[in-house]
Ligand binder design. Structure first.
Ligand code: HPA
Length: 211
């Protein structure tokens, strides 16, 4: 969808293709490469994720500080897109620190609780096992999901400025008595949508105008 949000030109994706749907990560990040060619310089990545950090609750919003790509693949595999970026890109600051500060400030101004943490990407489509969730925590993850790291890698490769927000839609497997269900994930995402919208509309002008 092409349009404007708070007076800023925006391309918004109505959903995304996931790695677990059977396409290569190179292919699923094609929209990001096309956006770069259309002149987009800044990307906001959003997702629903399982909370690994014990202090999180379903419905928590988390700004992504960094990610762990545990998906078993990488969008940069294959010949390098030389015009886009280097063969061996640096990954020391994928998620822009200025964007993170902006989101934190806007969250505070609007009374929105916002955590900051590390997102770990699995391929899916199954949810993780309790042992995998324990592993995620030991490895330093705060949230786990099936997307985003690959888009982050591709956008970072092209030198785009990136921010990411996870909606913690459920506590990760093994953290509650209940089995995970897609219905729970969807219901929480729907419940948090207005808050998510508020945070993004409050932040978008600052994000768009940042250098
Ligand atoms: N695990 C992986 N992906 C997810 C989860 C989860 O618990 N919740 C929403 N997306």
């Amino acid at each position: 969808v092409l349009g404007t949000c708070m007076g800023k030109k925006v391309i918004a994706m109505q959903g995304r293709v996931h790695y677990y749907e059977g396409y290569s990560q190179r292919l699923i990040t094609l929209p990001i490469r096309i956006m770069k060619r259309l002149g987009v310089k800044k990307v906001l990545l959003t997702n629903a994720a399982g909370g690994v950090n014990r202090s999180y609750e379903p419905g928590t919003l988390m700004v992504i500080r960094d990610h762990i790509n545990y998906s078993g693949s990488n969008p940069l595999i294959g010949p390098n897109f030389e015009e886009d970026g280097p063969r061996f890109p640096d990954m020391s600051c994928v998620y822009d620190a200025g964007f993170r500060t902006c989101l934190r400030e806007k969250a505070q101004e609007n009374g929105i609780h916002l955590e900051e943490g590390v997102y770990m990407m699995f391929s899916g489509p199954n949810y993780e096992t309790p042992a995998e969730v324990r592993m995620c925590r030991i490895l330093g993850a705060d949230a786990v999901g099936m997307s985003t790291a690959c888009e982050g890698i591709a956008a970072n490769h092209m030198g785009m400025k990136i921010c990411g927000i996870s909606c913690i839609s459920n506590l990760a497997c093994g953290m509650t008595e209940e089995p995970l269900s897609h219905e729970e994930v969807q219901a929480t995402a729907d419940r948090v949508a207005p808050l998510f919208k508020k945070l993004i509309t409050a932040s978008i002008v600052n994000i768009a105008e940042s250098l």
